[in-house]
Design a protein around this ligand. Structure first.
Ligand code: NAD
Ligand code: DAO
Ligand code: ZN
Length: 369
């Protein structure tokens, strides 16, 4: 079939809206009509050329929601008409990783996903006879996309696509890092570095978990009012702090954070996030994706004295199991998504979403089809 997609032909260039060919689903795959997709910092990161797995030309996008319109042979877990959220972290429930119950990093299709192809090693997208690569196994910047069956979460049909698409990455990553990865306990002090599309969801996850003090750290002063709406109790702009940020945060939290989260992707703030943690028990979770090749450092004594450094991908969530539950939380009013979606636009305007992100003017832009 012919589909309408925003194609990334090369790094650092605007996306180009094209009509391209999409082959139907093969065995174990589904064809999904994408109704809405968020534009995340990670799409911009790959487009910037800094992502070691970035391949061009490709169709970016990993934060979508839509409807199954066709299924390939052998598909049993979803059917035509089901509403779904694509999963860049699939859940096969059969691989060593899934069965371990220790991680959400299903490895069933990891190798082919990282090479921009479907599990059979080929791409379903073509333009002028040339392959166009899939991205994160999802490629939601297209009005139709093909995904492995294990990479879609079936969701309730009354959930609005233009809101719950955000659960496909940002919401689950932030809220999940609090609940699944850190397991924040009621009464905790939490410090969140970066109050963008991910950090705000860490803030609302911390509120949901019953945290006491929720400190937000951001160099953009406009983030203060927004983050307060989601539960932030104290705002720190590092540009306005005299002296070192770490002792300032340790003092503010009366001894250090019980939990800190780095939601920027900067190795300097990753170190600050660890070192502002409480001696003896503070845990720091890295969510931000730093440029490939960069390294983190700290004095080993920081860990010897009880601080713990962790990372979190997709909020530690098992997509097919946990994503429908997060959709329920949204529909029940337990989490707020609407106020984070600051801009909505048609596919033709998708490059505006990247500009708004780089200018710090948006939290989330959502493209509707
Ligand atoms: P964003 O651009 O919306 O937000 C980043 C925020 O950090 C902005 O508010 C910005 O003002 C602030 N900031 C930048 N430099 C700062 C500094 N030195 N000190 C304090 N604040 C600073 O980005 P986002 O969409 O929220 O994504 C954040 C990071 O999370 C990115 O690296 C993204 O790739 C990553 N990410 C990780 C996962 C995962 O599963 N681990 C999933 C999605 C996104
Ligand atoms: O299993 O080796 C692996 C990789 C899993 C990819 C997890 C990606 C999480 C960070 C990227 C940000 C996604 C938007
Ligand atoms: Zn698996």
């Amino acid at each position: 079939m012919q589909v309408r997609a925003a194609v990334a032909f090369e790094a650092k260039k605007p996306l180009s809206i094209e009509t391209i060919h999409l082959e139907g689903p093969k065995a174990g795959e589904v064809l999904v009509e994408i109704k809405a997709t968020g534009v995340c910092h990670t799409d911009a990161y790959t487009l910037s050329g800094l992502d070691s797995e970035g391949m061009f030309p490709c169709i970016l996008g990993h934060e979508g929601a839509g409807i199954v319109v066709d299924i390939g042979p052998g598909v049993t877990s979803v059917k035509k008409g089901d509403h779904v959220i694509p999963l860049y972290t699939p859940e096969c429930r059969q691989c060593e990783y899934c069965l371990s119950q220790k991680t959400n990093l299903c490895q069933a299709i990891r190798e082919t996903q990282g090479r921009g192809v479907m599990p059979d090693g080929t791409s379903r997208f073509r333009l002028d006879g040339q392959d166009v690569w899939h991205y994160m196994g999802t490629s939601t910047f297209s009005n139709y996309t093909v995904l492995p069956e294990i990479a879609v979460a079936k969701i309730r049909e009354d959930a609005p696509f233009d809101k719950v698409c955000y659960i496909g990455c940002g919401v689950t990553t932030g809220v999940g890092a609090v609940i699944h990865t850190a397991k924040v306990t009621p009464g905790s002090n939490v410090v969140v570095f970066g109050l963008g599309g991910i950090g705000l969801n860490v803030v609302q996850g911390a509120r949901l978990a019953g945290a006491d003090m929720i400190v937000g750290v951001d160099i953009n002063p406009n983030r203060k009012a927004m983050a307060e709406k989601f539960g932030m109790t104290h705002f720190v702009n590092p540009k306005e702090v005299e002296g070192d940020l770490v002792p300032y945060l340790v003092s503010l939290t009366k001894g250090g954070a019980d939990y800190s989260f780095e939601c920027i992707g900067n190795v300097t703030t990753m170190r600050q996030a660890l070192e502002c943690c409480h001696k003896g028990w503070g845990q720091s979770v890295i969510i931000g994706v730093a440029p490939s090749g960069t390294e983190i450092s700290t004095r080993p004594f920081q860990l010897v004295t009880g601080r713990v450094w962790k990372g979190s991908a997709f909020g530690g969530a098992r997509g097919r199991t946990d994503v429908p539950k997060i959709v329920d939380w949204y529909m029940e009013g337990k989490i707020n998504i609407d106020d984070m979606i600051t801009h909505t636009m048609p596919l033709e305007k998708i490059n505006d979403a990247f500009d708004l992100m780089h200018e710090g003017k948006s939290i989330r832009s959502v493209v509707t089809f």
